[in-house]
Design a protein around this ligand. Structure first.
Ligand code: 9MJ
Length: 677
């Protein structure tokens, strides 16, 4: 028998650890260090092992997974779990909405609840007297599998409802999914352990939920959003009569809701929501495949009823598929700026993610090996938003007898120099360096690009023509180009020649950061170039910096430091740099600034949404110059969020955390106040 002290301690630890979990996972604001949490968790685990009967039904130890089982038992849903009918375009949606109005015998606008359609697994969770007692998969809609132990490990699902007034029996339904970031981290861990990676977050979520050992489920980054109720009995306080308000009530009891859900007063507003979520799709932290519209008034839902397996009062409006099958016709090898050789798949054109795709990157030899792809294979192509199309997998069942292996070249397809692969690096590189015209072209294209020298009229095609005509072979040669030379090129009018020469002249006035970025040093992107410029302030100091000195710069590790040093140790590069300066390339001196005096010193901010006056990267540079640290995601450490148009989940999270919000106008006013307009 446990004594009273032990009983009290178990109670105390249960309450404390549940609070810490909430602070950590929901509020993003832990109040104790991890070691303290771990110590208390071990103490509770030991006490529960000694006195199993005293384990609370909402014990936080359940979160790390209990005993493994040999099979799932069955759960018969008290109310069937329905699926949704789909529509694929605006007309189909309009006929759905018309049918609703006709059935209800009204021409008045109907209010709809609008929700992103999460691409995970539907799950039913029952709370009895506020305690999570049962969780089940959808199964065939009538009978599902009992996955209670696994669902208890999902961090954002409350084991005990908060607040009061919940019905005795409350069944909530929603989607279990793996957020995109968690998915990438999970696959990285799988790779490290030499285990199979998952094809997409949905598969990973399904595999994780169907683990017989909940300890494995506990290690997977699963999350849950509630989107409806099932059987509700013994209502102590009647639930609201609209779907959206009902969800809000569930939210007040601690159930997680999708922040992007809302309501629309008309079908036009539904269409706007569909377009808006479509635009946000790639920036959302979770995968969706459409949006769901539900008649919001529950009495109207009841009048509309069901057909076969789906409710008449809801519809899923699907986005165009992001994955399709097509044939791999050939593989070409492209040489990049730093000599990297990238295999590019030539595909039978296929409509995917809203555009026709005929090329996809295959990254490198390792990726070709991982996919096991051969010429003539049928492959699954994925194109999500603006992301470069990828080959996801090979459809083995469709493999013809005539497939042939993809031969990686041993010499550069451009200059014939040998191709080398550094040990432990996935990339194969042409060793031709500056003699390789493909590398020359890419280096010049990079130099002229918007974020570097921003030379108007010097696009990829013109650079190719100039290098092929042997008029230039490096970036410094650009500044010696003449109008007659340009006119000598195919289809180059004198007007364009004059314009280009003027643009090149104008580009000579730059900034030190843009100059460093433009050099195209390996692994030195815009942000690193900016940090290098601020740290070293002048070219001489940067050129002669030691590896140790380079590593003192923000975000510069050993690898980047070595690339920078190797760049300036190369005589050909030094010669180009010297000629650039001689040609008149210049930048304003960087003042030595005392960071304490900067107005945003010590402040961390995040930028989200679309800004109309400048790109996010330009805003970032200005904010940094005012002393702010610019982070990628909102957390308890964020001091303010710059929110442009159509800001999504970051804005909701910032609001939840009480982070100050700056709209674009406020940001511009602050810039103007500090002479950054
Ligand atoms: C998803 N998958 O996000 C429903 N769903 O409602 C949302 N699914 C649903 N609602 C009734 N947001 C049946 C299915």
């Amino acid at each position: 028998m446990a004594d009273l002290l032990t009983l009290a301690r178990i109670d105390e630890l249960t309450a404390l650890l549940n609070r810490y979990n909430q602070e950590y996972y929901e509020l993003d604001a832990p109040s104790v260090p991890d070691v303290q949490y771990d110590r208390l968790m071990r103490e509770l685990q030991q006490l529960e092992a000694e006195y199993p009967d005293l384990q609370a039904p909402d014990s936080p130890t359940l979160r790390v997974g209990g005993k493994a089982i040999t099979a799932f038992s069955q759960v018969t849903h008290e109310q069937p779990m329905l699926s949704l009918d789909n529509v694929f375009n605006a007309e189909e949606f309009a006929s759905f909405a018309n049918r609703i109005n006709e059935r209800l015998g009204t021409t008045n606008p109907i209010q709809y609840a609008c929700e992103p359609k999460l691409d995970g697994l539907a799950v039913s969770i029952v709370y009895e007297n506020g305690i999570l007692v049962r969780a089940a998969t959808r199964g065939d809609g009538r009978v599902g599998e009992n996955i209670t132990a696994n669902v208890k490990t999902i961090k954002n699902i409350p084991l005990r409802l908060s607040g009061e007034g919940w019905p005795q029996w409350l069944e909530v339904r929603g989607e279990v999914f793996i957020p995109k970031q968690g998915f990438l981290a999970l696959n990285d861990r799988q790779k490290e352990k030499g285990q199979k990676t998952f094809a997409n977050p949905r598969n990973a979520a399904a595999g994780s939920l169907r683990q017989l050992d909940p300890k494995i489920t506990a290690k997977r980054p699963l999350a849950f959003y509630t989107y409806s109720t099932g059987l509700v009995q013994g209502e102590r306080e009647s639930l609201p009569a609209s779907h959206s308000e009902r969800l809000q009530q569930l939210g007040r009891w601690g159930l997680p809701l999708c922040p992007e859900s809302t309501t629309a007063e008309s079908t036009d507003a539904c269409q706007n929501y569909f377009s808006y979520i479509g635009q946000q799709r790639n920036d959302l932290p979770y995968d969706i495949d459409g949006v769901v519209f539900k008649v919001d008034d529950l009495r109207l839902q009841e009048r509309l009823g069901f057909v076969a397996k789906a409710p008449r009062w809801a519809i899923a409006a699907k986005f165009p598929a992001q994955e399709e099958m097509t044939k791999l016709l050939a593989v070409d090898f492209q040489v990049g700026r730093t000599g990297s050789i990238t295999p590019v798949a030539r595909l039978e054109p296929v409509f995917v993610g809203g555009v026709t795709v005929s090329n996809a990157t295959l990254h490198n030899q390792d990726e070709i090996d991982r996919l096991g792809v051969m010429l003539g294979d049928t492959v699954v192509v994925r194109r999500a938003g603006d992301v470069i199309p990828q080959i996801v997998s090979v459809v083995q069942a469709e493999r013809p007898l005539s497939v042939t292996a993809i031969e990686f070249p041993t010499t550069c397809p451009d200059c014939n120099s040998p191709v080398a692969r550094v040990l432990d690096e996935a990339v194969a590189r042409c060793t031709g360096g500056l003699v390789c015209s493909a590398q020359q072209k890419q280096a010049i294209i990079h130099f002229a690009s918007r974020k570097a020298f921003n030379i108007d009229g010097l696009g990829d095609k013109v650079v190719e023509q100039l290098v092929d005509a042997k008029l230039i072979s490096n970036t410094a040669d650009l500044f010696g180009l003449t109008i007659p030379e340009l006119i000598s090129l195919d289809r180059f009018a004198s007007k364009s020649a004059v314009k280009l020469i003027n643009a090149i002249e104008k580009a000579k006035a730059t900034t030190f950061a843009k100059f460093i970025y433009a050099l195209g040093i390996r692994e030195v992107g815009e942000a690193t170039a900016h940090n290098l410029a601020l740290h070293f302030k002048d070219l001489e100091s940067l050129q002669t910096a030691s590896i140790d000195a380079l590593q003192e710069v923000d975000d510069v590790g050993e690898v980047v430091a070595q690339h920078v040093q190797a760049f300036f140790a190369n005589n050909a590069n030094l010669n180009v740099v010297e000629r650039l300066v001689q040609a008149g390339v210049h930048w304003p001196a960087i003042e030595v600034i005392d960071s304490d005096s900067l107005p945003l010193n010590g402040q961390t901010c995040v930028i989200t949404g679309t800004l109309s006056s400048m790109g996010r990267s330009d805003a970032k540079v200005i904010l940094q110059s005012l002393g702010a640290k610019v982070a990628g995601s909102v957390s308890a450490k964020t001091d303010f969020l710059v929110a442009g148009e159509r800001a999504g989940s970051k804005l909701s999270k910032a609001n939840d955390l009480g982070v100050s919000i700056w709209d674009e106008e406020a940001m511009l006013a602050f810039f103007a106040e500090h002479d950054k307009a």
